[in-house]
Design a protein around this ligand. Structure first.
Ligand SMILES: Nc1ncnc2c1ncn2[C@@H]1O[C@H](COP(=O)(O)OP(=O)(O)O)[C@@H](O)[C@H]1O
Ligand SMILES: [Mg+2]
Length: 264
């Protein structure tokens, strides 16, 4: 059996579908998906299953029109040139990959889809580029953080009378994600906007992740239900939002909801 339907590298691989080369013994398959197909760097990146096979070339949101300041370019144009900057990770120029802030008031406009496609695209480019430049491929060049899930984990070990058997794994997942999110080169923070029942503890941890990334100029793709200008409300202070804005392209998703369009 060949792996071209489940391997994220398929679109870039000469051996995709080859009955001898495209097997679970392929070293690239093992690097990306693990010997079992459930591990490797794709699993380490935590990109949601539903979204992980799309790149920015294949994502269903490619034809959307978006708003950047007073301009209304196509998302395809914006992201094609953004993704071109991923090669900077192998250059000595010192120029950084910028951050993106994808937002819309209403849900279902394709923000998460787009962010996940960027994560997969970065992973592919990191893998291929590292080999081409004779560099070591990082174990986790990309991390997708579902901020809602992170908050759920937080609440799970901060509620009174939670049994240890529930609280401990949630706490472990939580602190692992927080630490990884501070240092991984390319991170998606999916849904950083306004949410219900946020405690100061969780807000502080999220703040510390973003602060670490901004300070170290690490590229982040945020998705959100509010513009950057309203982030001070979320963080309880204005400075972090200002620092995010300095290194980030803000993109408004203006289409209506597409929830349910995908027939999966
Ligand atoms: N422009 C689009 N064209 C086709 N399908 C889309 C588009 N935008 C979103 N979708 C589909 O709608 C659903 C919700 O998209 P999602 O990315 O989760 O939205 P958001 O994160 O903005 O709430 C997904 O199944 C996605 O594939
Ligand atoms: Mg979303």
């Amino acid at each position: 059996m060949t792996n071209e339907k489940s391997c994220v590298l398929a679109s870039a691989c000469k051996l995709a579908g080859d009955k001898d080369g495209c097997t679970s013994r392929c070293s690239s398959w093992v690097s990306l998906h693990g010997a079992s197909g459930q591990g490797g760097r794709v699993a380490a990146a935590s990109i949601p299953n539903d979204y992980r096979m799309d790149t920015i070339k294949t994502m269903p949101t490619r034809d959307s029109t978006v708003k950047i300041g007073a301009n209304t370019p196509s998302l395809a144009n914006v992201l094609d040139s953004y993704v071109d900057s991923f090669k900077r990770q192998f250059e000595a120029s010192g120029e950084r990959v910028k951050s993106l802030y994808l937002w819309s008031r209403s849900p279902g406009t394709g923000k998460t889809t787009t962010a996940a496609a960027l994560a997969t695209t970065y992973l592919i480019k990191h893998y291929i580029g590292s080999l081409a430049h004779d560099r070591q491929v990082l174990q986790r060049p990309v991390l997708f953080v579902d901020v809602n899930q992170l908050q759920t984990d937080y609440n799970q070990f901060n509620r009174p009378r939670v049994p240890d058997s529930v609280a401990e794994p949630a706490a472990q997942r939580y602190y692992k994600t927080i630490e990884q999110a501070k240092v991984t080169p390319f991170v998606i923070l999916d849904d950083v906007g306004v949410r219900e029942n946020v405690t100061d503890g969780f807000r502080g941890d999220l703040h510390s992740v973003i602060n670490a990334r901004v300070t170290n100029q690490l590229a982040t793709v945020y998705t959100s239900n509010i513009p950057i200008s309203e982030l001070p409300m979320v963080f309880g202070e204005a400075r972090l939002a200002d620092r995010i804005r300095d290194m980030t392209m803000e993109i408004e998703f203006t289409g209506g909801s597409n929830r349910g369009m995908r027939n999966k």
